[in-house]
Design a protein around this ligand. Sequence first.
Ligand code: GLT
Ligand code: MN
Ligand code: MN
Length: 389
Amino acid sequence: MGDAFTPVKKDRFSFGLWTVGNVGRDPFGDPVRKAIPPTRIVQQLSRLGAWGINLHDNDLVPIDASAAQRNKIVKDFKKALKDYDMVVPMATTNTFSHPVFKDGGFTSNDPKVRAYGLQKIMRSIDLGVELGASTYVFWGGREGAECNVSKDPVEAVKRYRDGINYLCRYVRDQKYKLRFAMEAKPNEPRADLYFPTTGHYLAFIETLDYPAMVGVNPEVAHESMAGLNFHHGVAQAMDAGKLFHIDLNDQRFGRYDQDFRFGSEDYKNAFLLVRLLEDNRYRGPKHFDAHAYRTEDEKGVWDFALGCMRTYNILREKARRFRQDDEIQGILNEISNQNPEFEKHLGSYSRKKAQALKRVRFNIDAMGSVGSRYEQLDQLLAELLLGVR
Ligand code: GLT
Ligand code: MN
Ligand code: MN
């Protein structure tokens, strides 16, 4: 029996095979869980109310599988998707695990590695499209450096651009309905990664041959690692029409990439994000790119998955209450309706408007002495989030 926060398909929640499939390996310790077969992941996630499952090529098909093995695996997986009413909204390529990618795929100094990278990505795009994906993520996990004189960073950006342009043309040539979403991260596993933030990608995208095909896939943890306010970055991506996908998880500031359960660390920031997505009617997939604590067995993995989705829905309800709270809305109205007679000075430029504005006398001391009521507003938010409102 569910309650008001029980996830359902129309919530469009998705998980990566690699997220619930994470076996708990870390740089200091061995796996603590057995790999869960992809078909069981599909079944269990569906049972919990998830809608989609995302994958890297090698999450499903081992890198050394024969063509016959690949076909059998893909066939079984498709059957599970059908049986459990699950979709594959997004796919991506693993260009980071195999040693061949130790110095990057797109940005490797070795053209042979770059060529192999393109080949692997084209095959992986074929697989993603075969499974129904409409978004293709690029996370350049090895596109970076430790020895920063080993690669010219300007050249690295050019190589990356050449690779994405090539693949845009491949997608068009194949007549695939596929959009790319670029995922930034400042560091880890490399000391420094190129395109460290979503903002860097937003600028890069405009330099591509087919910018309309390419957007971003911001991840909570990654922008937090860079010390940034996540929901501000997401807002800018939305404003640019580039929020094609989103990776939801949680993270403590200043730490390694923790990929914690969504909303497990910072309720307030998680609320701000959910409110932003809901109020702006984001309709893309809501993908949880997170994994269960290393302390957990398989039951803990499903607790984790359900927890991500429930927390999102709880915060969605909080966002609704925020919109309907008279006192909060009263303050917001007051804030946004100050001195309406000055609106006429703003907006688009004209010489006449500029001349008029230059004649206005402002009493800046009086203006600067007006309080903002933000303390009161923020406390009302705190009380709403803490459940006493
Ligand atoms: C990897 C990374 C994620 C990316 C995935 C896509 S794989 O787990 O930590 O943030 O989204 O390649
Ligand atoms: Mn991450
Ligand atoms: Mn991610």
